[in-house]
Design a protein around this ligand. Structure first.
Ligand code: FES
Ligand SMILES: [Fe+2]
Length: 389
């Protein structure tokens, strides 16, 4: 008798969510989309590196400059090849257990060192995924068949000419959707009211924005990129009312820090399959992008990218030095670290899926609802454990 497989998301919850069921189902993210993984510099020639993406264990390797991705799970007995990497030719990897040998380019089983006459040779293949590099990141197309162009899954401006990118990746112990909704949540800036960046970079940030009660203009807009991606633009900061003071029972109890007059974060938008653009940020001359990449059901890779258009032969080195000297501390830690603990504090409420029904959203959360619907309708598939193993 077959043991029933536990569903990834509580079916009773899914039954009650009508408008954005596809998003509620996507606990492990979406299928047939491009996701960033490691930094390009982390995948060295001939040095396979494991990476966990959307519940799957993958192996990346660079051969003659090009990066390949195969599943890190031997077809024979399911062991991770990365447990002890053995590569006897530059274009293959051999399982340490019984010698099954796979081609990096297509995952094909090309030899078995312990039984060279096996009829299985040439008839089986490990799952392999298309790979492309952009903005110092290695992108993997988690899907089947011919991949869609990478541009369809990039936010606008990411590949602008001369845009230099400094990616920074952390594991956050919260589902990827908790990450996306934290980044896009207009009033969450309340947690940043004492972030080091505000004074350190002479910026100003209100405690929050509220919808204008005298206007019924929409607070968000759905837009497309030239590359064919789709996303939600948050218009609350533009059309709402900023609040610089917080009161309890009529008494002002806190005020936004006025670190200086630099204006940041005018435009905030969230794009498929889960990447935020904050323009400009953390400085008027920079744009910030952040991906929430599903790792497993309860954690995501937080990959945030500081970017700046800098031309010239030493532009990469110059921006890297500026990032190390200034932005790593003030922005990556002095601002984005706040989002990490906020997501991890939110996760327990949503972990069993019932939080999606128990939450009580308020007016300013209109953008989040728009994102849930868009992601439900526009995804090209839902990632599920087991089916693609
Ligand atoms: S488990 Fe990999 S060759 Fe047997
Ligand atoms: Fe934030």
């Amino acid at each position: 008798m077959n043991t029933p497989v536990a569903p990834l998301v509580d079916p009773q919850v899914l039954e009650r969510i009508r408008d954005w069921r596809g998003y509620a189902e996507a606990k492990l993210g979406f299928r047939n989309h491009w996701y960033p993984t490691l930094n390009s510099a982390e995948v060295a020639e001939g040095k396979p590196v494991p990476f966990q993406l959307a519940g799957e264990n993958l192996l990346l390797n660079r051969i003659d400059g090009r990066v390949y991705c195969i599943k890190d799970q031997c077809l024979h007995r399911g062991v991770p090849l990365s447990r002890k990497v053995e590569c006897y030719s530059k274009d293959t990897v051999t399982c340490w257990y019984h010698g099954w040998t796979y081609q990096w380019a297509d995952g094909k089983l090309c030899d078995i060192l312990t039984d060279p006459s096996s009829k299985l040779i040439g008839t089986r293949a490990l799952k392999s995924y298309p790979v492309e590099e952009a903005g110092n990141l290695v992108f993997v197309f988690l899907g089947e068949g011919t991949p869609s162009p990478l541009a369809r899954d990039l936010p606008p401006g990411f590949t602008d000419a001369n845009r230099r990118v400094q990616p920074f990746r952390r594991v956050v112990n919260a589902n990827w959707r908790i990450g996306a909704e934290n980044g896009f949540d207009t009033t969450h800036i309340f947690i940043h009211k004492d972030s080091r960046l505000i004074r350190g970079n002479q910026t100003m940030l209100p405690l929050g924005f509220a919808p204008n009660p005298n206007s019924d203009e929409p607070l968000f807009e759905i837009r497309h990129t030239d590359g064919g991606n789709i996303g939600v633009f948050d218009l609350l900061a533009e059309r709402g009312v900023p609040h610089f003071e917080g009161s309890v029972k009529g008494e002002v109890v806190c005020r936004a820090i006025h670190g200086g007059d630099k204006r940041i974060a005018h435009e905030i938008s969230l794009w498929m399959p889960g990447v935020l653009k904050v323009d400009p940020f953390p400085d008027p001359a920079m744009i910030h992008f952040e991906w929430y990449v599903p790792r497993d059901a309860d954690s995501h890779w937080y990959i945030h990218c500081a970017t700046k258009v800098v031309a010239g032969p030493d532009a990469d080195a110059e921006f890297a030095a500026e990032y190390e000297a200034l932005w790593k501390d003030l922005y990556a830690h002095g601002f984005n670290d706040d989002d990490i603990w906020a997501r991890e504090a939110t996760q327990p409420f949503y972990q069993d899926d019932w939080g999606w029904l128990k939450e009580q959203l308020f007016e300013a959360d209109a953008c989040i609802m728009a994102w849930r619907k868009l992601a439900s309708e526009q995804n090209r598939g839902i990632q599920t454990i087991g089916r693609h193993g």
